[in-house]
Write a protein of this length. Structure first.
Length: 302
């Protein structure tokens, strides 16, 4: 028997209109006319014999039947899309290794080292996502995370990679190389602050014991990536985790005018959910990280 199935075009028009709550936005989404969307949905309602939308003034509202249908159709379209992508890719999306880390850690520490793992394990498909506050390891789809902290996360197993060290960095244009001031005068020297880690300056002062005077001030930037960029451009001194500025230090774009790095109370950890401890690819990645975490970027050979 022929399947009782509406056209895919009608389903796409319905799903988009239901998602946006607008025929106009659905038309923009699908790159067709508004009358085209209306016609497709009218055909779908005729095919089903059910009203899917009601008009209230200038607005369209899903009927009870339309709302229930939208939920099911959205799920099924997602599955069709996933199956199509899997076919093109030649493997299931669920087969990927989902790694999460802070964006700056990903871009400045992880990805410069990642080629070693990819070379040693070419069959592993990696997806990197952004770590969020309060990651729920008992419910997450993340296979493995690289996090800064004290090593304890509920529902997770953690292994220390390396202790965090921070340093004051400056562009040679701001403080010429070799000209280390005897005292850090915050009133006379421009400084940069990290809004996402407001304690970094105080932590560095406490650990380094560098003589200082004046109140800490200067532009507040939202995260380390912008802070580093501002420091490279000579806008001020910045306190940053040293692994984030390996390349700038090596190229001479930044230097440490107030001495070597100092430790914080945190470390960087490789963390994975207890319920995913049998994931072979995650365990390979964990072992690789533990072997190579302290090596410079580009020094990995698998």
């Amino acid at each position: 028997m022929r399947r009782f199935l509406p056209s895919l075009s009608a389903l796409l028009a319905f799903e988009s209109a239901g998602r946006h709550g607008s025929f106009t936005k659905a038309a923009e989404d699908l790159a067709i006319t508004q009358s085209g969307v209306s016609r497709q949905i009218g055909n779908l309602e005729t095919f089903l014999g059910v009203r899917l939308f009601e008009r209230i003034g200038s607005r369209i509202v899903l009927t009870n039947a339309g709302g229930a249908y939208l939920k099911e159709i959205s799920r099924l379209l997602d599955e069709i899309e996933r199956a199509s992508i899997d076919t093109v890719r030649g493997r299931k999306l669920d087969d990927r290794l989902l790694i999460c880390a802070h964006p700056t850690l990903s871009s400045r520490w992880l990805t410069p080292r990642l080629q070693g793992f990819l070379t040693a394990h070419p069959a592993v498909m990696i997806e990197i996502t952004t770590a969020t506050q309060g990651l729920d390891f008992e419910a997450t789809e993340v296979d493995i995370a690289i996090l800064r902290g004290r090593g304890s996360w509920r529902g997770a197993i953690s292994y220390e990679l390396f202790k965090e060290e921070i340093a004051v960095v400056a562009s040679p244009r701001l403080i010429p190389r070799g000209e280390t001031p005897a005292t850090l005068d915050f009133g006379a020297t421009p400084t940069l602050q990290n809004a996402s880690r407001s304690d970094l300056w105080l932590t560095w002062l406490r650990q380094s014991r560098v003589p200082h005077s004046g109140a800490i001030q200067g532009p507040r930037l939202p995260h380390s990536e912008l802070l580093i960029s501002a420091a490279v451009n000579g806008l001020g001194l910045a306190v940053v985790p040293v692994p984030y500025v390996e390349a700038e230090l090596a190229r001479g774009e930044l230097w440490m005018p107030f001495g070597p790095p100092v430790p914080t109370e945190d470390s960087y950890w490789v963390v994975y959910p207890e319920h995913r401890s049998d994931n072979a690819a995650a365990m390979q990645f964990r072992s690789w990280l533990q072997r190579h975490a302290r090596r410079p970027a580009g020094g990995e050979r698998g």
